[in-house]
Ligand binder design. Structure first.
Ligand code: NAD
Length: 405
């Protein structure tokens, strides 16, 4: 029988790899090792329905416990991997125990950036929003009338703001960049989301960073902002980005850039070690990128499963993302890296719109806001490589179907 596949990381990518291999009929022994105490679960609802209390944790699990036994997938939770011993083909746990592998897969994900203790990051009442534990702690703080400061105007910050308003909290969100969503979306999309949050009484302060958090008895009570103002707060949510978990790979001497470097077959610089998901840097249009998304974790892991099982099909990323805030659904198809032109298309229904991205006149991505038709059309165009007519896009009464003719 083929030797053991060890998967380090029990998140979306690690689970998808094991599930796909079994789906392909591959029966080699598999062990998934994860630092969290839970069976693998979906993270996106943690800042949406789970945080709102509208979804029980059981519904977040990818599979119930018996799936792992039924499929001969050993799962070791609450287990921290300390080192990869490539010479011995073993991983080394924190307690010194070792596990042999024939093939190793690193699906270690990413870690949220923390506020340094020098600015009050270690005070009580300062939360991240990454895993179930964070979401449970945050949910306990979300009571009507309380004042929350959200640091960071990315998806974490905006989704947390929407939940907090839903729960009746007073919300201030600060973004140190020129505008919210600067890393991930165009100005037009940011303008729409700023207006939506302002309509829901979120105070959004852009070009405003944190000077320091102030505490009493070790608990945060106020925040001094970069513009010299001070606001009183009951607790703080930090959503200031993530960094790839590439330490194990780096220390094992694998090639690491902005994440673990892999080829289109999810292979690292060691042919017996694969890597996938948030922790990797992968080939993209002649360069390399890191994609932080569910789509990438699943699709890359599934492509890697094909390779591990003996196939030859390379991973060709087809990025898509989504975000839910209030009653607004943002769906993104494509990846807007390096865009030099955008087109805002108002939707026919109130509150619907789409932002189309171009790079050197080539269509590369669309943000669809409450506009499923724009999303589906954009996705299809990207699949076929067709360039949409600007005239049709710019005419809100034109049927997008024409673009696919
Ligand atoms: N719906 C979704 O797709 C979704 C939802 C939640 C999280 N995520 C993912 O989770 C990861 C983390 O999200 P995120 O929102 O933390 O990251 P992000 O990098 O997208 O946004 C962080 C924001 O914080 C700002 N910032 C950084 N330091 C700051 C400071 N000291 N003061 C004020 N602002 C500061 C940055 O300028 C940036 O705009 C990302 O990969 C994100 O895409 C995705």
């Amino acid at each position: 029988m083929t030797g053991r596949l060890v998967i380090v990381g029990a998140g979306q990518a690690g689970f998808a790899l094991a599930a796909k291999l079994r789906g392909l009929g591959d029966s080699r022994p598999i062990t998934i090792v994860g630092a969290e105490e839970n069976l693998p679960y979906q993270r996106p609802p943690l800042t949406k329905k789970y945080l709102l209390g509208e979804m029980a944790f059981d519904r977040l699990l990818f599979r119930p416990e018996h799936w792992y036994t039924d499929n001969n997938v050993e799962i070791r939770v609450s287990t921290w991997v300390e080192q990869i011993d490539r010479a011995a083909k073993q991983i080394v746990m924190q307690d010194g125990s070792r596990l042999d592998y024939e093939t190793l897969a690193l699906a270690t994900g990413s870690t949220p950036r923390r506020l340094p203790p020098s600015v009050g990051g270690a005070l009580e009442g300062v939360y991240l929003a990454r895993d179930k534990r964070d979401a449970d702690l945050l949910a306990g703080e979300m009571r009507p009338g309380r004042r929350v400061l959200i640091i960071g105007g990315g998806y974490i910050g905006l989704e947390a703001a929407a939940v907090a308003r839903h729960r009746g909290l007073e919300v201030t969100l600060i973004e140190m960049g020129d505008r919210i969503l600067q890393r991930v979306a165009a100005k037009e999309t940011a303008d729409i989301f700023r207006a939506i949050h302002q309509k829901h009484d979120v105070v959004i302060r852009e070009k405003t960073g944190l000077k320091q958090l102030i505490g009493r008895n070790d608990h945060v009570t106020a925040a001094e902002l970069s513009d010299g103002s001070t606001i009183d707060v009951d607790f703080v949510v930090v959503g200031i980005g993530v960094a790839p978990n590439d330490r194990l790979a780096k220390e094992a001497g694998l090639e690491v850039g902005n994440g673990i470097v892999v080829d289109s077959f999810a292979r690292t610089s060691d042919p017996t070690i694969f890597a996938m998901g948030d922790c990797v840097e992968l080939p993209w249009e002649g360069g390399r990128i890191r994609l932080e998304s569910v789509q990438n974790a699943v699709d890359q892991a599934e492509a890697a499963a094909g390779i591990i099982a003996g196939g030859e099909k390379a991973y060709d990323p087809k990025p898509w993302f989504w975000s839910d805030q209030y009653d607004v659904k943002l769906q993104i198809a494509g990846f807007n890296l390096g865009y030099d032109e955008t087109l805002l298309r108002p939707g026919l229904r109130e509150g619907a719109a789409s932002v189309w991205y171009f790079k050197q006149s080539r269509f590369i991505a669309v943000d669809a806001i409450n506009d499923a038709k724009a999303y589906v059309t954009g996705k299809k165009l990207l699949e076929t490589g067709a360039n949409p007519s600007r005239e049709i896009l710019a005419d809100p009464t034109a049927d997008l179907k024409q673009l696919l003719a």
